[in-house]
Design a protein around this ligand. Structure first.
Ligand code: NAD
Ligand code: IPM
Ligand code: MN
Length: 355
């Protein structure tokens, strides 16, 4: 048995509820693959912030760094000023652990309700992955405000794009496109307006493309990309984009493929210099927190991505197959968070055929 250490940050709102189900499913799938997990729970988020004023103390960050992987629920609470936990905990983890590939797959499973019409879904399979840059862009916190609260207030939020940072994520996206059957990469940016960063991204894609002659390259402005995600999502295979565009596009991508309750993600450090972190795309959903209403599927699929990342693709596929079977057979009767988790766990335990 190979044992892995997992740092678990349930976080706020529905975060701990969905994470518990993801862990339960991991526990069911692990033994058959010669795997076991030693988990450390980290009490981080709104409760800790109110109790101690801390978001992510450096000593805790260093402890977390010592694990093989991180499973995170969600961060953010209405009782804490917006941005304090998001920046001080979630983004601090992504930046400190150099999660430069924010991997967000989108797939429309058969039988899943989508707001898209038949004429759209009949155009082809919706199965793409967004490779969102995770350490730069407007997220770095380069900005400030002066004369706050006056009519002369001035606020900036500068998007940082480095040749190093853009090139490494673009190269990763090309490698992923190369490994997929359709071998297609779409750069999404806004190089008609954001000419400085936009041209850096475009030039970088053009340059790296020469290393991947089999990959076909496409470009869309981000506004047009939102059109095609709704009217013709089958055109996408791998999308590479910056941190903020990727954030927005992946909520849209979730909405067209069955909803935010199904969208999983990985914050990947491809170089292995720090543990990667897996979390649903959704947030802490304060509107349904504490009611066992949250869909844990996204968290469970994020656990699958974690297994894949650790080198257990068959175990990951077992989770995906169990989820797929569950969501295909979902009825309109609402189920609790626990009921969904247990249904998926028992399908895994029952050995749903893989492939
Ligand atoms: P949200 O994703 O939390 O919620 C948006 C809507 O989706 C809500 O109606 C919510 O009930 C619903 N929803 C989300 N997850 C669901 C699930 N698993 N099952 C069923 N319904 C679900 O986004 P928001 O409302 O913009 O943000 C709420 C808080 O979460 C904020 O503090 C925000 O900063 C934070 N946030 C954190 C993360 C993260 O930790 N990765 C991601 C997004 C937002
Ligand atoms: C996400 C969230 C985060 C982001 C926030 C909470 C910092 O929206 O994971 O998609 O913008 O990356
Ligand atoms: Mn988001």
């Amino acid at each position: 048995t190979t044992s892995f250490s997992l740092a678990v940050v349930g976080g706020d709102g529905i975060g701990p509820e969905v994470t518990a189900q993801a862990l339960a499913v991991l526990d069911v799938v692990a033994p058959a693959h010669g795997l076991s997990f030693a988990t450390t729970d980290y009490d981080l988020g709104a409760r800790r912030y109110h109790a101690t004023g801390e978001t992510l103390p450096d000593s805790v960050l260093e402890e977390i760094r010592g694990h093989d992987a991180i499973l995170l629920g969600a961060v953010g609470d209405p009782s804490v000023p917006s941005g304090v936990l998001e920046r001080g905990l979630l983004l601090k983890l992504r930046f400190a652990l150099d999660h430069y590939v924010n991997l967000r797959p989108s797939k429309l499973y058969s039988g899943v309700a989508t707001p898209l019409g038949d004429h759209v879904t009949s155009r082809g399979d919706i199965d793409f992955v967004v490779v969102r840059e995770g350490t730069e862009g407007p997220y770095v916190g380069n900005g400030g405000a002066i004369r706050v609260g006056t009519p002369h207030e001035l606020a900036t939020e500068v998007s940082i794009n480095t040749a190093f940072g853009v090139e490494r994520v673009v190269r990763d996206a090309f490698a992923r496109a190369q490994a997929r059957p359709r071998k297609k990469l779409t750069l999404v940016h806004k190089n008609n307006v954001l000419v400085h960063a936009g041209h850096l991204w475009t030039r970088t894609v053009d340059a790296v493309a020469t290393e991947f002659p089999e990959v076909s390259v496409d470009y869309l402005h981000v506004d047009a990309a939102t059109i095609f995600l709704v009217t013709d999502p089958a055109r996408f295979d791998v999308i590479v984009t910056d941190n903020l565009f990727g954030d927005i596009l992946t909520d849209l991508a979730a909405a067209i493929t069955g909803g935010i309750g199904l969208a999983a993600s990985g914050n990947v450090n491809p170089d292995g210099t720090a543990p990667s972190m897996f979390e649903p795309v959704h947030g802490s959903a304060p509107d349904i927190a504490g009611q066992s209403k949250a869909d844990p599927t996204a968290a469970i699929l994020s656990g699958g991505m974690l297994l894949d990342h650790l080198g257990f693709p068959e175990a990951a596929a077992q989770i995906t197959a169990a989820v797929e079977a569950d969501i295909t057979e979902r009825s309109s009767t609402p189920r609790s968070t626990e009921e969904v988790g247990e249904a998926i766990a028992s399908r895994v335990a029952g050995g749903v055929p893989v492939g």
